[in-house]
Design a protein around this ligand. Structure first.
Ligand SMILES: [Zn+2]
Length: 440
């Protein structure tokens, strides 16, 4: 079994228990295969680990770096990198109907593949090791995920117009990819939103969750106009409607939840729904501000996502953390809202819990999967160091990530991609954009 020892680094991780941290000033992490087998600073234990792995052991001296869990982005449409900067400063409905949907109608599977490679490259370089994605031609995205080594919850989307054959396509997709790449790939269903899918379709799609024990990824209560439309059509608010349809009987990632009623907040908590907070997308599309502080106070599991790169417009989770924290402080008028520790929980331990990997991901602990990042701390904007968590949330950037490991494999080394080639990706994306310009 391959071994890797990362030594001379600072180590920081939260645990599943609130307020508890794992912290070493000068520690080491030993990895065997895809798991962490040692965390600590005991010289004897480190020597023992070195001896056990002998000459096959790779040793990484991480002096001046912080080792922490990889970040988890729970709402994305990664292939929309193709539309980064394509449509800006527009209201959501016209942004979707006049720009995004007509563009997407022209996309072929190979375009989605290239867009996905670009987005995955960006995420890896910024320290995101797991992402949940909702899109079309998902097999193409999964293939890129497998190639790159990233961990992914792949969620093929449907709307009322493309529901024909969805169940059959999903059966194939689940059979082929759920648990693939040593378990790095999971496949969940994705009804796009309550206003784009018919209730009976959503109910029908849940048969797959029952059959395969998989979860649901959905846009929910994103805008005031969605709430109004759903209420007019079905006499219910969106979250309530989804509960009635049985969506929350399964593990659910509910992206946005900007306009929940008091009753709906209770539903989200009682049904253990994970809310995915996408502050930058909600700000850019002026959708509103999700009441995250209230949700957390009520015990709802809240995580974070970037949403697609055409409404953000990047996939930097550090940026998202900072914006998300600041936005809650402004909206509540209370600077104590969403403190740094809570934000870090949302992108690590709580996100791992949301996708069924509690204790395995989002934590630097013996027995956990080796999805880890090294941050270069030796930089002006991270100095001085009164409070590591506040530096990470309020100062750190994607560009500070030096090394990324997923499942024990190095996928970024010294700020360079190992499994992907950016020059090739860029050329292929250029080619795709030229092809799209010529396509009617
Ligand atoms: Zn979205």
């Amino acid at each position: 079994m391959s071994g890797l020892l990362i030594k001379n680094c600072r180590i920081f991780s939260l645990t599943e228990r609130t307020g508890e941290t794992i912290s070493y000033k000068n520690g080491a992490v030993g990895i065997a295969g895809n798991r962490i087998v040692y965390v600590g600073n005991d010289p004897d234990a480190i020597v023992r680990f070195e001896r056990e792995h002998g000459t096959g052991l790779e040793v990484l001296d991480a002096h001046g770096m912080l080792l922490m869990p990889g970040l988890i982005n729970l709402h994305n449409h990664v292939a929309m990198t193709l539309m980064r900067g394509y449509a800006n400063d527009m209201e959501l409905q016209s942004w979707l109907t006049e720009k995004i949907w007509p563009f997407e109608a022209k996309l072929l599977p190979e375009d989605v593949s290239r867009g996905a490679a670009l987005g995955i490259a960006e995420m890896l370089l910024g320290g995101t090791t797991t992402f949940a994605d909702m899109y079309w031609h998902t097999d193409q995205i999964i293939e890129q995920a497998i190639r790159s080594g990233v961990r992914m919850v792949a969620c093929p989307a449907f709307t009322e117009h493309v529901f024909d054959g969805y169940l059959d396509r999903m059966e194939q997709m689940v059979g082929r990819y759920h648990g693939a790449a040593a378990g790095r790939i999971a496949v969940w269903i994705a009804p796009h939103a309550p206003y784009t899918c018919r209730p009976e379709q959503i109910r029908e799609s849940l048969s797959l969750c029952r059959k395969y024990d998989i979860g649901v990824h959905i846009h929910l209560s994103e805008t005031a106009s969605e709430v109004k439309t759903v209420q007019e059509h079905y006499g219910q608010t969106p979250i309530r409607l989804m509960q009635e349809l049985g969506v929350f009987d399964y593990r659910t990632l509910a992206a946005h939840c900007v306009y929940p009623t008091d009753e709906e907040l209770e539903i989200l908590r009682n049904d253990h729904v994970t809310v995915v907070y996408n502050p930058q997308s909600n700000m850019k599309l002026a959708s509103g501000i999700a009441p995250i502080s209230r949700m957390l106070a009520q015990g709802i599991n809240v995580c974070m996502g970037t949403d697609g790169p055409s409404s953000n417009n990047d996939l930097d989770m550090w940026d998202e953390m900072r914006t998300g924290a600041l936005l809650q402080k402004v909206s509540t008028g209370d600077p104590r809202s969403l403190p740094a520790e809570t934000v870090l929980r949302m992108v690590t331990v709580d996100a791992a819990k949301a996708i069924g990997h509690a204790g395995e991901l989002g934590v630097v602990a013996e027995g956990a999967l080796a999805d880890l990042i090294l941050i270069d701390l030796d930089q002006p904007h991270l100095t001085p160091d009164y409070d590591l968590m506040s530096n990470l949330v309020y100062c750190a950037r994607g560009a500070d990530v030096d090394t990324v490991l997923i499942d024990g494999q190095v996928v970024v080394r010294a700020k360079r991609l190992v499994t992907l080639d950016f020059e090739t990706i860029k050329q292929e994306v250029d080619q795709t954009l030229q092809n799209l310009a010529q396509r009617a």
